[in-house]
Design a protein around this ligand. Sequence first.
Ligand code: PEP
Ligand code: MN
Length: 349
Amino acid sequence: MKEFIHKKPYLIAGPCSAESENQLLTIAKAIEGTADVFRAGVWKPRTKPNSFEGIGKEALTWLKTVQQETGMKVCTEVATAKHVELCLESGVDMLWIGARTTVNPFYVQEIAEALKGVDIPVFVKNPIHPELGLWLGAFERLNKVGIKQLAAIHRGFYSYEKSVFRNDPKWELPIKLRKEIRGLPIICDPSHIAGKATLIEDIAQTAMDINLDGLMIETHNNPAVALSDAEQQVKPEKLKNIMQNLVLRDTKLRDEQFKEQLLDFRNQIDNFDTQIISLLNGRKQVVEKIADFKNENRLTIFQIERWFEILSTRKKNASLLGLDEQMVEELFALIHKYSILTQTNIMRK
Ligand code: PEP
Ligand code: MN
């Protein structure tokens, strides 16, 4: 891996789509000095046909104008070998692979091969659905053809559940990615996670709190009339405001006292976790006894009324303590699932 990001937080900003040369220049001039890299989509993957699918290669010349008039580096999304070829010809500085492309190993391979022998930074967005393997696979394919300047973009994951987010952040996935590929910079794209401009600041702060390396924020001079992703784009002034308000935490914890306090908290957490495991073991032993009992008395393992009773009493207790009821419900669903498994194993013996 070759490092190419030397600043934290590294900021990539610009419109979702390139719409006109004038639009690109207006935005680029307004965010020059705030953003490190200028982004604009030239080819847009849209869920439905007949939406605006990007200007296409003509917009590459506008990106060139941005490079020349501002000195900013420019980057855009590529989804095919042809896109790569046109970007390289036009001198685009960096490329990103979009979420709808990372899901498809054929496309990733095609892009990797088109980039063979080219020393250009490539960002890989997470696949639409939360499958770490596909994200890792894309990095392996690029690495194999010799691309060393790599970084990830975390843009959240499609979820069928209704949520405040357009794409569920699932913060555990970028954290797992960081463990799998040491030293890989990870940029958060709060715009595509949020889906609306008002949520961006909070998501960006969370990204900094978990020590991600940078941000990609969609920025438009007039979001209301943007041809794509109008609701989630911010104006350049707002972008500056978000960046100024970010609280950056010192992960090195130079202060010794601070380290000691942290160690103490971690010890307390370790103790609670040991107790939780020992309680789970105690519970399992009773579950085994109840399985024998049900077996002898020819009772079925699962009794729905009992499950409802467990759920409602546990949730009530949790809420009295101010615990998140949803969390407790999910936890007991898991405990109950394994309790049933333990019982069926015993009965089959
Ligand atoms: C984009 O960055 O405009 C884009 C299309 O992103 P994603 O691939 O994350 O949907
Ligand atoms: Mn977009």
